[in-house]
Design a protein around this ligand. Structure first.
Ligand SMILES: Cc1cc2nc3c(=O)[nH]c(=O)nc-3n(C[C@H](O)[C@H](O)[C@H](O)COP(=O)(O)OP(=O)(O)OC[C@H]3O[C@@H](n4cnc5c(N)ncnc54)[C@H](O)[C@@H]3O)c2cc1C
Length: 536
């Protein structure tokens, strides 16, 4: 064991939120910042090319490749939960959709006790991050470090999707990030000039130029160290050696929803019974750590169409054509986000607010194969997510070793209301596919929706095909109640000098993908840390 480093601030995890902290906090040259990241830089071509997300997910060099415990509500299936393991974390591996969520998502956080986190308390932090470069979308910021743009090559059927939504009564939203209401839209993407924008090539690239900032990749954090109830440092394995790093001011934990609670537990903060089971000395009995896990459960329908789609153009000739187009002009399917169109809507017209969101994909996956592969014939798909599911799961330790990935226990359909919402969503998707805008394009249904089914068969289809949305949140819940893990300035209850700043603090899942929210949390968290310096 050696004691190589010392810093004012130690950040654990260089992901969507952690990279933001690194840049914002190292702006002060008097503050020494060290960032520890378990992953590495990654291959630049795979990272830069938006469609190469498919090669990053499941790749042990870039993805933690978590596997959840078998889920009895999904007929015992054990789902893969991808999570970025590289500089930029989730922002380096994700589907590049940029979306903040709805005003009501954040206003509900405030109602749950997170004072200051309502829409009016978070909007300026979204804008601070955003560097939107194209026209329209007035609500977005234009001068922030995180590049955003329109999708450079929108598939023609994406526009048909938005038109079809309008024909079923949904509004078309020109500026969907203003938080206001339900409707359909062509989504924006986190990229610049057709290349992926991650928090690594935006925020971290800025921090890396500063002499008061150091980053250690390949550093697996084991635990946080304490002296008299104050977080005094971090123990990490770098190469084959365990190293203790001293923190003069604060330790900021940004290891994401699946790892931040595990690191807290290994450090002695968590449910006492769970810590005792693994022989970990209890620093604080914090029953909320690892609980409140939420995820977007989703299910989709594919349709065969009579125009080429991205999956049908993967043959050598078209593949080469698209590669050339991308290499020369940074356009075409390789520059595209997987999801091109989205919609917020009510699965039941009697509801007052949208409860589901739809994703339109200009390609389709053949689930009749094992493992599933891209369809050979042209297919488009619409997936539905239950925006704010009722079900809750938990993260527990497999052992006290940092090498053992945490246990993920999530029973997707533990709450019948979520299942019923999915049933209603599938009907909504079929209605959109039946709208006149799609009439001249669709030629038939894809399995398992190519034949009529009874209600009992539909139930089995849903249990056999539901997947995760890759948006886990909530395991270090923020709140003002004693059972919350962090307070509304993200300080861990019961100790000093330690905050959690990442998607794990989200008290209730938002009606959208979660990258923008994680970056906003990084921006707002950095302000809390800086403000505490001026108050001391
Ligand atoms: C496949 C996929 C597709 C997605 N698509 C979208 C999308 O299109 N749009 C969108 O808005 N959201 C999307 N998301 C979700 C979004 O990217 C995440 O919500 C967001 O990145 C979470 O940010 P975070 O800072 O909480 O955690 P992360 O970005 O996951 O950062 C955590 C970091 O901590 C590191 N770390 C973890 N444990 C340790 C340890 N013990 N020691 C050191 N380092 C550690 C990790 O390697 C990682 O770099 C997607 C996510 C995935 C996985």
């Amino acid at each position: 064991m050696s004691n190589l480093f010392e810093a004012d601030i130690i950040i654990i995890g260089a992901g969507s939120a952690g990279a933001v902290l690194a840049e914002r906090l190292s702006q002060d040259p008097a503050v020494r910042v060290i960032l520890l990241e378990a992953g590495t830089q990654g291959s630049s071509w795979l990272n830069d090319t938006p469609a190469m997300t498919v090669r990053l997910i499941g790749n042990p060099a870039t993805d933690w490749n978590y596997v959840a415990e078998p889920d009895p509500t999904l007929n015992g299936r054990a789902l893969n939960w991808a999570a970025g393991k590289m500089l930029g974390g989730g922002s380096s591996i994700n589907g590049l959709v940029y979306i903040r969520g709805l005003r009501r998502d954040y206003d509900d956080w405030a109602k749950l006790g997170c004072t200051g986190w309502g829409w009016d308390g978070v909007e300026a932090y979204f804008q601070r991050a955003e560097g939107y470069a194209d026209d329209g979308h007035e609500s977005l910021g234009n001068t922030g470090p995180y590049p955003l743009s329109r999708i450079r090559s929108v598939h023609p059927l994406t526009h048909k999707f938005v038109e079809a939504c309008a024909q079923t009564g949904l509004e078309t939203l020109p500026d969907y990030n203003n938080g206001d209401r339900e409707g359909a839209f062509v989504n924006l993407t986190s990229q610049r000039n057709g290349r992926r924008a991650s928090t690594a090539n935006s925020y971290l690239a800025l921090a890396a130029k500063r002499s008061n900032f150091s980053m250690v990749s390949g550093a697996l954090v084991d635990k946080i160290l304490f002296e008299s109830g104050r977080a005094s440092g971090v123990r990490a394995r770098i190469g084959n050696e365990f190293v203790d790093i001293k923190a003069r001011r604060e330790v900021l934990l940004s290891a994401g929803t699946l790892q931040s609670p595990a690191i807290l537990m290994r450090s002695g903060m968590g449910p006492a019974a769970e810590l005792n089971r693994h022989g970990i000395a209890v620093q604080i009995d914090a029953p909320g750590v690892g609980r409140n896990l939420q995820e977007h459960l989703g299910m989709g329908i594919g349709k065969f169409v009579n125009v080429p789609t991205y999956n049908s153009e993967m043959d050598p000739f078209n593949g080469l054509r698209h590669l050339l187009n991308y290499t020369l002009f940074r356009r075409g399917p390789l520059a595209s986000a997987a999801v091109q169109g989205m919609a917020w809507l009510r699965s039941d017209d009697r509801l007052e607010q949208p409860d589901i969101h739809l994703n339109f994909f200009p390609f389709g996956i053949d689930y009749s194969c094992s493992p599933p592969v891209l369809h050979k014939k042209p297919v488009v798909s619409i997936g539905a997510c239950v925006s704010r599911p009722h079900g809750r799961g938990e993260i527990r330790l497999r052992s006290a070793s940092p090498d053992d990935k945490p246990l993920i226990n999530f029973h997707m359909y533990q709450d019948q209301r979520d299942f019923d919402t999915v049933v209603r969503s599938l009907k909504k998707i079929e209605r959109i596919f039946q709208a006149p805008a799609f009439a001249s394009s669709i030629t038939g249904g894809t399995p398992p929706f190519d034949t009529a089914h009874t209600d009992a068969q539909l139930e089995q289809i849903i249990r056999n095909y539901t997947a995760t949305g890759y948006h886990p949140v909530g395991t270090c819940r923020m709140g003002s109640d004693a059972r919350s893990v962090v307070d509304t300035e993200l300080r861990v209850r019961g100790v000093t000098g330690l905050r959690v700043i990442d998607a794990s603090i989200i008290p209730q899942l938002i009606s959208a993908n979660t990258n923008a929210a994680a970056i906003m949390i990084g921006e707002k968290g950095a302000d809390f840390v800086r403000r505490s310096w001026t108050n001391t």
